[in-house]
Write a protein that binds this ligand. Structure first.
Ligand code: SF4
Length: 365
């Protein structure tokens, strides 16, 4: 996992590299530089910041606190272009999966999941993914590139606008879409800071979760940030033999290395690490797995999300029966573990991560 030639390390195209500068996704410093380049006072960047991220305006004509001549110059010389939704599929359960086209034509997915008065947005951090988990449609794509902080932020702004999310209403972000966020932590944290800013979208750190397949150096690095998002581990196996078979990352950082990294992770009072566990019938869902899961989860403050597999073509896995899911749930909760069953929302809309983007990209199963 070291070396200079990894494809995901290649710099993603800057959003402004294809023509005029694009203000969408710029942070405060970049907006100040933009204002300086137009010979404007730095404090105007505050208006831009609030307009872009608090009001989520998508047209310079909305920035009425700026003078008309400045608005005209912005209109002529600076783009305000977020990732474009090129396909949306609405599920019976109310969630919507969106395919976003980035400025270079790359397609990634995001999911909007409404709950009473709030929304959870599932975000992508990369175009494709290098991790190769065998149960995952994105894993089959391989890795194309990292997303920039602006492109990650753009998924949020575009989904909130598309769904007319009221300004100030709660939003949860989960990095559980395409990509391994720890392979792109600099840009993920750039988007986190932008979205966390109280003058912007103002999403509190506790409402943001990064899910990793188990990159120990990334876990250690995340623990050094203040503030930082919450941590989730996509566990999905309780023995090294089983986990390595479905998650190649386990051959580098095995369960013991993971448990040690999670035990050392600096948690705040009351904070817990989420263990996500995809239930694959006959592969990861035995009662013996359940007992080993209890032992793993007890090594640090944790809670468990059981995720019955969302079937999709070409992977050859199935979800367990409802009765068996109940049995596992009772086994875990009977041992004092906090457990919930997370139904993969949007099962009728190519809901598993990567399916819609692969379809848009014309990839075969
Ligand atoms: S499950 Fe996550 S880490 Fe694994 S291949 Fe899919 S996107 Fe990558």
């Amino acid at each position: 996992m070291t070396g200079a030639a990894r494809p995901w390390d290649q710099p993603a195209p800057e959003p402004n590299s294809l023509g005029r500068p694009n203000a969408a996704g710029m942070d405060r410093d970049e907006l100040e530089l933009l204002m300086a380049s137009l010979a404007e006072k730095a404090f105007r960047a505050d208006h831009l910041f609030a307009g872009l991220y608090r009001h989520r305006w998508t047209d310079w004509s909305s920035f009425t606190a700026l003078s008309k001549p400045l608005r005209t110059r912005l209109q002529d010389e600076v783009e305000l272009r977020w990732p474009e939704i090129v396909e949306s599929v609405v599920s019976d359960d109310g969630s919507t999966k969106h395919a976003f086209s980035m400025q270079d034509g790359s397609i990634v997915e995001g999911v909007h999941m409404p709950y009473e008065g709030r929304a959870t947005l599932c975000l992508s951090s990369q175009v494709g993914c290098a991790m190769g988990c065998t149960f995952c449609a994105t894993g089959k794509m391989g890795i194309l590139r990292n997303l920039t902080a602006a492109e990650i932020t753009g998924q949020v702004i575009t989904m909130l606008n598309h769904h007319a999310h009221p300004i100030g209403a709660p939003v949860n972000l989960v990095f559980m879409g395409m990509g391994e966020p720890m392979h792109n932590l600099a840009h993920v944290m750039g988007a986190f800071r932008l979205l966390n800013d109280p003058e912007g979208v103002a999403i509190p750190p506790r409402r943001v979760t990064i899910s990793t397949s188990g990159l120990v150096p990334g876990i250690q690095r995340l623990g050094t940030f203040k503030p930082r998002p919450r941590l989730a581990l996509s566990l999905n196996g309780t023995t090294d033999e089983h986990r390595s078979r479905i998650m190649p990352v386990n051959r580098v950082w095995n369960l013991e290395a993971l448990a040690e990294a999670l035990t050392a992770f600096p948690l705040q009072k009351g904070e817990r690490i989420t263990l996500e566990y995809v239930l694959l019938k006959g592969v990861t869902d035995s009662l013996e797995d359940g007992r080993r899961l209890v032992a793993f989860a007890r090594r640090f403050p944790s809670k468990i999300n059981l995720i019955p597999f969302n079937p999709h073509e070409g992977v050859g896995f199935e979800p367990p029966t409802e009765a068996h899911i109940d049995e596992l749930c009772q086994l875990l909760s009977g041992q004092g573990i906090t457990v919930s069953v997370r139904r993969s929302r949007g099962q009728d809309i190519a809901g598993a991560c990567g399916q819609l983007a692969r379809k848009r990209s014309g990839a075969a199963d």
